[in-house]
Design a protein around this ligand. Structure first.
Ligand code: F6P
Length: 344
């Protein structure tokens, strides 16, 4: 019988509550008990926590966001050594194992804690789907569905006005959302972080489409896409989070202006932003999150610390956190080639 600590860190993501519910429900069957730290690492640093029970985790499966709250608090920001504080909180609350649910930053902290002797088991989370060690992260399919629905709607208005529609979507390091939703929605161009773009080539492609009688185009751009060096000046973002990541967003606006100026085609941008992370998870994400929650509880109870649960093909696996975090999982080039076939 162990006492398990749970926390959700980084950007929220549809399916977080499903993981919490699954870990608690499966753990209670083994007579384990649970404490949930609020607002990510902030909750452990400040000892802000709630008891997680059958009652408090009931009815949360379809709910978006996270009942625990989240933040991008970094226990090691500005040279601070958060490990000692975290260790003290865990001891005071008799926590035997901590299960952080998060992306590269939250799990990066988990890895450091593991190296310093704190028992942790990680659960991967990001709508961007760019974490190593797992084929898919929960939240991704929900985001893809939201973007696909938006592209479907933009198609009819683009067609009515003979416009180019630029759709900016999330994806900091990788173009998974842009490419999946672009394929599903029939995008005419997809710009992703993995392939710096040349604005002249994008514009030439749109001109060719119009010459062939297409009166409108849909361009999907991931927020992390960048122009090939020296081809287009983009305003640099200034705000940074506690992990040093720049606040993205704005590439779509730059493209809107450039495409209209260079082609003369009327162009509009839609920035989908946090809509992609909000609301109820689709069924696929609820199932994956549930499987991750149960697997993380198993790993915690079995003492397999320093691991992260993941999905490989159709199987749930445990991988070393160290291996999972070595590098981001970038877009499969073959998938992009498939998308390109339909740029027409
Ligand atoms: O990490 C997921 C993500 O949604 C990224 O795609 C995006 O850049 C970032 O979070 C946005 O973070 P915030 O919620 O802090 O604006």
């Amino acid at each position: 019988m162990a006492r398990i600590g749970l926390l959700t860190g980084g950007g929220d993501c549809p399916g977080l509550n499903a993981v919490i519910r699954a870990a608690v429900r499966s753990g209670l069957a083994g007579e384990h008990t649970f404490v949930g730290f609020r607002y990510g690492w902030a909750g452990v640093l400040e000892d802000d926590a709630v008891e997680l029970t059958l009652q408090s985790t009931g009815g949360i499966l379809p709910r978006g966001g996270t009942i625990l709250g989240t933040s991008r608090t970094n226990p090691y920001a500005d040279g601070k050594d958060g490990t000692a504080v975290i260790r003290r909180t865990l001891e005071q609350r008799d926590v035997d194992v901590l299960i952080p649910i998060g992306g590269e930053d939250t799990l990066g902290v988990a890895l450091r804690l593991h190296r310093e002797g704190v028992p942790v088991v990680g659960v991967p989370k990001t709508i961007d789907n760019d974490l190593g060690g797992t084929d898919v992260t929960f939240g991704f399919q929900t985001a893809v569905q939201i973007v696909t629905d938006a592209i479907d709607r933009l198609h009819t208005t683009a067609e009515s006005h003979n416009r180019v529609m630029v759709v900016e979507v999330m994806g900091r390091h990788a173009g998974w959302i842009a490419t999946h939703a672009g394929i599903a929605g029939g995008a005419d161009a997809i710009l992703v972080p993995e392939r710096p773009f040349d604005i002249e080539q994008v514009v030439a492609h749109l001109r060719r489409r119009h010459e062939r009688g297409r009166s409108f185009s849909i361009v999907v751009v991931a927020e992390g896409a960048t122009p090939r060096e020296g081809t287009l000046q983009i305003r640099e973002g200034t705000a940074k989070d506690a992990f040093g990541h720049e606040r993205l967003g704005g590439i779509g606006v730059a493209l809107e202006g450039e495409i209209e100026r260079r082609t003369g085609f009327e162009t509009r941008v839609t920035i989908l932003g946090h809509v992609q992370r909000g609301g109820t998870p689709v069924a696929y994400d609820r199932v994956l999150a549930t499987r991750f929650g149960v697997a993380a509880m198993d790993a915690a109870a079995g003492g397999r610390f320093g691991t992260m649960v993941g999905l490989k093909a159709t199987e749930i696996v445990e991988v070393e956190l160290e291996d999972a975090l070595r590098e981001p999982k970038l877009l499969d080039p073959a998938l992009y080639t498939t998308a390109e076939l339909f740029f027409g």
